[in-house]
Design a protein around this ligand. Structure first.
Ligand SMILES: [Zn+2]
Length: 650
C-alpha cells in the first residue's frame, strides 16, 4: 500500500463527510477525557492523531479551492469554514483538556522525550495565551477586548481604504506623464464626454507607485505623497485605543506588556534582544546608506526630499543596474530549472527525487517521491504553471506530517508546491524570470523543512510548531543559493543554444538585487523599531509621534515632512498579524544568511554545515525551539554581519 494519501476531494459529499468526521472527533474527545487514568500515550497521542487525520481530510479542499477555484469549490469551502471554526473554538476552550495536559506534563516529566514535552508545552501555552484557564470575570473581559480589537482593526483598514479611494489627481498636460511605462499611461488615461483626454492617478497600487517612481513632475509627486502620507487621520485615535487594549489584555494574561506577550511564542527571547538586534543592523547599515543616498543626490538637481527618492532611484537603476528579464528567460526553462534544483539538493543533502506516477487535480500537476540514502522519505506534489482558476503567488502547503502513529508505525510526510510560472504549450516551453527561480528555491526550502523531518510527534514535526519568526529561515536559506554562480551553472543553460549563463550576467543579478539595499534596510528597521517600541506600553497619539520622530533621528537620512503620519497607514501592525512581530522579516534573514555563508565558505558541496543543517534543522522540525537548533547548528548565536554581507553592505 502506498505510504501517501491519494489526492481526492469529493465536493458533493464533502460537507456531510466533514460533519461526520468532526462529530466522531468530538465524541472521541469525550471518551478520551472520560478515561480513568490518562497518560501521554492514552490521551495526548490519540488527540494528536485525530488532528492529523483532520488535516489529511481537509487540506485537499483548501488546496483545490486555491489551485482549481470554481463556484463549486468556493461554495463548499465557505460552507466548511464556520463548521471547522466552531469545532476548533470548542476544543481550544475545553478547559478539561488543558487540565489533563498540565497533569500529564507534571506526572510524566521524567519519562517523556523532548518531542513529547514540546507537544505538551505548546498546547498548554496555546490555552494560556487565550486565557481559557482564567476565572470567568477575566475571561469575559478578555472576550470583550478581543471583540473590540477586531472591530478596531477592521475600522483601521476601512478608514485607510476609504481614504485611499477618495483621492484622485488628474493630469492634463502630457509633458507630466512623460517617462511613465506605456501600461501605466494606458490605465491612467481617460476621456470625458467632450473628448478631453486626462490621466488619472490615485493612491491605489500600482497607480501611486507608478507616479512616484516614474513621474517627472516633482510638484505632482509632492501632492500625491502628501495625500498618501496623511490618509486616515482618524486612525490616530484608533491606535491609542488598540495600544491600551493590547496592554490590558497582556497584563490580564500575566505578561508585562504586549511585546512580552507576543514574544512569548516566538523565537526571539525578549524586547531587549530584538531591540539590540535591530539597533546593531541600523548602526552597521548607516554608512553605506549614506553613500547610496549621495549616489542618488549626485543625479538630482536639488536636495533630495522624501517624494524624490523613488524617482531618482529609478533613474539610477536604469543607468546602472537594471536587468532585462527577457534576456535571462531563455536560460531558465522550467523543467531544466526543476531538475537542476533536484541535482543541487542531491549533491548538497543526498536527497533524491524520483518521479511518481499519480493522477492529480490537473494535467500539468505532477508528483515526486523523495529518497534519502535509498529510503523512501516523502512525496511532493508540484503545480507550477499559472492558469485562470489558480490563486496568484507561490506557496508550500503541508499535507501529511512525519510521525509515528499510535501503533508505533512510521508515517511519511507530503506537501504541495504551488507557483504561477508562465504556462508551457506543445510548441513553447515555460521560460522563467530569475525571480521565479528564486521563488521556486524559496518554496522548496519550506518544503524540505516540512518533509525531511524525522520527528515522531506530528504536532511538532516539519513546519508544525516552528516559531513564527523562524519559519522563513529554511526558505530564505535555500533561496540564497539561487544567486550562487556554482549553483546557477548547474541548470542555467540556454534552452536553444545550450550556452551556460555567463558570469557577467550572474554578477548583474546580484548587483541588481543589492541596489540601494542599505537604504531599504534602514526603512525596514525604522518600521521594526517603531513596532517594538509602540507596543511596549500605552501611548497617546502625541507620544506615538514622538516615538516615531525619535527613531527617525537615527534611521531617516532624508528629513521626513512633519505632515507625514505614516503610522495611520501601518496596517501590518494595527490591522494585521504583525504587532510586535514586524522584526521577524529581518530576524529570519539573519539566520538564513548566517547559515548560508557557513556553507558557502566551506565550499558548497564539501560543506559540513550543510550536512549538519539537514540533521539538525531539517530533521529537527518544530520539536525544539529554533534558537536551540540554530545554536546546535552553528555552535553560537546568530551573527548579523552575514546579512550585511548578503546585502552587499560592508
Ligand atoms: Zn516563505
Amino acid at each position: 500500500m502506498s505510504k501517501f494519501l491519494k489526492f481526492e476531494c469529493d465536493l458533493e459529499n464533502f460537507i456531510a463527510a466533514l460533519k461526520s468526521l468532526l462529530a466522531k472527533n468530538s465524541s472521541s474527545v469525550e471518551e478520551l477525557l472520560a478515561q480513568e487514568s490518562k497518560s501521554y500515550s492514552s490521551f495526548v497521542k490519540p488527540m494528536q492523531i485525530m488532528e492529523e487525520r483532520l488535516e489529511h481530510f481537509f487540506t485537499p479542499l483548501s488546496h483545490l479551492n486555491a489551485v482549481n477555484n470554481s463556484e463549486a469549490t468556493q461554495a463548499v469551502y465557505s460552507e466548511s469554514l464556520p463548521i471547522i471554526t466552531e469545532y476548533s473554538t470548542k476544543l481550544s476552550q475545553n478547559i478539561e483538556i488543558y487540565k489533563v495536559y498540565k497533569t500529564i506534563l507534571e506526572s510524566e516529566q521524567e519519562s517523556l522525550n523532548y518531542e513529547q514535552l514540546r507537544v505538551l508545552e505548546l498546547n498548554i501555552k496555546h490555552f494560556e495565551q487565550s486565557g481559557a484557564h482564567l476565572d470567568d470575570a477575566t475571561k469575559k473581559r478578555l472576550e470583550e477586548i478581543n471583540i473590540r480589537l477586531s472591530e478596531l482593526s477592521n475600522n483601521f483598514s476601512q478608514n485607510l481604504l476609504n481614504a485611499t479611494n477618495e483621492f484622485e489627481y488628474l493630469i492634463t498636460d502630457e509633458a507630466d506623464i512623460e517617462g511613465l511605462p506605456e501600461s501605466e499611461i494606458a490605465s491612467a488615461k481617460q476621456e470625458d464626454a467632450e473628448g478631453n483626454i486626462s490621466y488619472k492617478f490615485t493612491l491605489q497600487m500600482p497607480s501611486y507607485i507608478a507616479y512616484m517612481t516614474y513621474g517627472k513632475n516633482a510638484e505632482i509627486r509632492e501632492i500625491l505623497y502628501k495625500a498618501y502620507t496623511t490618509r486616515a487621520p482618524e486612525n490616530g485615535a484608533i491606535i491609542e485605543e488598540i495600544l491600551a487594549l493590547k496592554d490590558e489584555m497582556s497584563k490580564l494574561l500575566g505578561y508585562k506588556n504586549y511585546v512580552a506577550y507576543s514574544l512569548s511564542s516566538k523565537m526571539a527571547e525578549d524586547e531587549q534582544s530584538v531591540l539590540s538586534f535591530l539597533q546593531n543592523l541600523l548602526k552597521n547599515s548607516k554608512t553605506q546608506a549614506q553613500k547610496e543616498l549621495e549616489e542618488l543626490q549626485a543625479i538630482a538637481p536639488q536636495a533630495l526630499r522624501s517624494f524624490d527618492t523613488a524617482f531618482y532611484a529609478e533613474v539610477l537603476k536604469k543607468e546602472q543596474y537594471e536587468i532585462d528579464e527577457e534576456e535571462y528567460r531563455p536560460y531558465f526553462e522550467q523543467r531544466s530549472v526543476l531538475n537542476g534544483m533536484f541535482t543541487f539538493l542531491e549533491r548538497l543533502f543526498g536527497i533524491r527525487f524520483v518521479k511518481a506516477e499519480e493522477q492529480l487535480w490537473d494535467a500539468k500537476a505532477f508528483a515526486y517521491d523523495v529518497y534519502l540514502e535509498d529510503k523512501l522519505r516523502a512525496r511532493v506534489l508540484f503545480d507550477l504553471e499559472a492558469r485562470e482558476s489558480k490563486r496568484g503567488g507561490a506557496w508550500m502547503h503541508n499535507w501529511q506530517s512525519h510521525h509515528r502513529d499510535a501503533a508505533g508505525e512510521e508515517q511519511l510526510a507530503s506537501a504541495f508546491v504551488v507557483c504561477n510560472f508562465p504556462p508551457s504549450s506543445e510548441t513553447s516551453p515555460s521560460l522563467l524570470r530569475h525571480d521565479d527561480v528564486v521563488t521556486l528555491f524559496h518554496e522548496m526550502g519550506h518544503t524540505i523543512h516540512h518533509i525531511l523531518s524525522t520527528v515522531d510527534e506530528n504536532e511538532v514535526s516539519g513546519v508544525n510548531g516552528v516559531e513564527w519568526d523562524a519559519v522563513e529561515f529554511p526558505s530564505q536559506f535555500l533561496e540564497n543559493f539561487a544567486y550562487e554562480p556554482e549553483v546557477l551553472k548547474m541548470f542555467a543553460s540556454h534552452h536553444q543554444t545550450g550556452e551556460t549563463l555567463p558570469d557577467s550576467m550572474i554578477e548583474k543579478l546580484v548587483k541588481s538585487k543589492n541596489f540601494l539595499s542599505a537604504m531599504g534596510m534602514l526603512r525596514q528597521l525604522e518600521f521594526s523599531l517603531f513596532d517594538m517600541q509602540v507596543h511596549n506600553g500605552v501611548y497617546t497619539q502625541e507620544e506615538v509621534q514622538t516615538i516615531l520622530d525619535k527613531i527617525r533621528e537615527d534611521s531617516s537620512l532624508v528629513q521626513t515632512p512633519s505632515y507625514n503620519k505614516f503610522q495611520n497607514g501601518f496596517a501590518h501592525i494595527f490591522a494585521g498579524g504583525y504587532a510586535a512581530g514586524y522584526y521577524s522579516y529581518k530576524w529570519a534573514e539573519v539566520l538564513s544568511a548566517d547559515a548560508f555563508y557557513a556553507v558557502i565558505d566551506e565550499g558548497v558541496f564539501d560543506s559540513k554545515t550543510a550536512k549538519r543543517y539537514l540533521k539538525i534543522v531539517l530533521n529537527g522540525g518544530g520539536a525544539k525551539s529554533m534558537s536551540r537548533l540554530f545554536k546546535e547548528l552553528m555552535g553560537r548565536e546568530p551573527n548579523t554581519d552575514q546579512l550585511l554581507r548578503l546585502n552587499g553592505i560592508k
